[in-house]
Design a protein around this ligand. Structure first.
Ligand SMILES: [Zn+2]
Ligand SMILES: [Zn+2]
Length: 351
């Protein structure tokens, strides 16, 4: 009996290995039983950035919020049983991106850390680097075109294409591809870096855009958004941002680009899940929305129309619809609510 037990255990391990080997060269993700094997969590860290990517048992952390977010980040990793971060991308040495990273290193083992620079005067960077040296964790300054994997997802660096004196425009920018679904992470890149990347001819088309520099007016230029054409745009910012983020001009351009805008200040933490074809989004303060990542909403009539500057949504026949350039279309009530929009007082669209 015991021997048979061991043999069947060996058989299971061999079968699992065989699955791994036969799937080794695939470009499409395996369809798992309940599907959604890629998760991208945009943590609500206020006026800062922090995203956790989980894919097929591997993990990537993109920025770590401010130092004051340390305990939140530590608990979040623990709560999601993340004991090893295969990679960390520290987009640039500003506190709101690297201030909390030491908490991640305390919570989990770390494979390597990507940074646009190997030296910086920033105090948070200096202490982070000391911590990496002490732990024998390599700091890697990647070049454009370099890539790494997170499970079956592939990350590729697109920028910076040249060294900028302005640290925001020296942000590591990369895309993450998983089947038909893709995420574009931009750090605090502004139009100068966006335009450099555009000129490089990189593929910017993405399903989800992590909006540059918390939605500042100097980021998310028209040309860049036209190339990215995101279905979803995520803005990481605090409520009543002290910097006025997101800026109305950036919101308006994102609305024009047809992106459904999700803001951490309104939605709380935002979680995308995908099997490489279907994408779902769930927010801390709202329900789940599901859509075909590749489906176009082109010919469909919107159920509601939002005003990107006021954050109010209307029935399509409302008398106080926003100007064309301020509109965002919603195809379900959930979509409007998940995006943090409030119902119009005149047309009373429900919700
Ligand atoms: Zn910055
Ligand atoms: Zn920032």
């Amino acid at each position: 009996m015991k021997k048979a037990g061991i043999l069947s255990a060996v058989a299971i391990v061999l079968a699992a290995l065989l699955v791994l080997i036969t799937n080794g060269g695939r470009s499409e993700p395996a369809q798992m039983a309940d599907g959604l094997s890629l998760e991208v969590h945009f943590l609500d860290v206020g006026q800062a950035d922090c995203a956790l990517v989980l894919c097929e048992g591997e993990a990537l952390l993109v920025d770590g919020g401010n130092r004051e977010d340390s305990s939140l980040l530590y608990s979040y990793l623990r709560d999601h049983s993340v004991t090893y971060l295969n990679h960390i991308v520290a987009t640039h040495p500003h506190e709101d991106h690297i201030g909390g990273l030491q908490a991640a290193i305390a919570a989990a083992g770390v494979g390597d850390v990507y940074s646009p620079v190997s030296e910086s005067d920033n105090g948070f960077f200096v202490s982070l680097k000391r911590r990496l040296d002490d732990g024998g964790i390599p700091l890697v300054v990647p070049s454009v075109g370099d890539s790494f994997s997170v499970g079956g997802a592939k990350a590729t660096f697109l920028g910076p294409t040249r060294v900028s004196d302005e640290e925001n425009n020296n942000s590591l920018v990369f895309r993450l591809d998983y089947g038909d679904v893709s995420f574009l992470f931009t750090g605090d890149a502004e139009t100068a870096e966006e335009n450099d990347i555009l000129e490089s001819g990189a593929n910017l088309k993405c399903t989800v855009l992590k909006v540059g520099h918390h939605g500042s007016a100097g980021s998310s230029g028209y040309a860049f958004l036209r190339a990215a054409a995101p279905d979803y745009a995520v803005i990481s910012t605090e409520d009543n941002s002290r910097y006025g983020h997101p800026h109305e001009a950036a919101l308006s351009r994102l609305g024009d680009a047809g992106a459904a805008i999700y803001r951490t200040d309104k939605c709380g933490t935002i979680v995308f899940r995908s099997d490489g074809a279907v994408l779902t989004v769930e927010t801390e303060k709202g329900a789940v929305e599901q859509s075909e990542a590749s489906a176009e909403n082109g010919g469909e009539t919107p159920m509601y129309i939002g005003n990107v500057s006021s954050g109010v949504y209307h029935r399509p026949d409302c008398r106080s619809l926003p100007a064309e350039h301020n509109r965002i279309n919603f195809y379900s009530l959930e979509e409007a609510l998940n995006a943090g929009y409030r119902p119009c007082g005149f047309c009373k669209p429900g919700g």
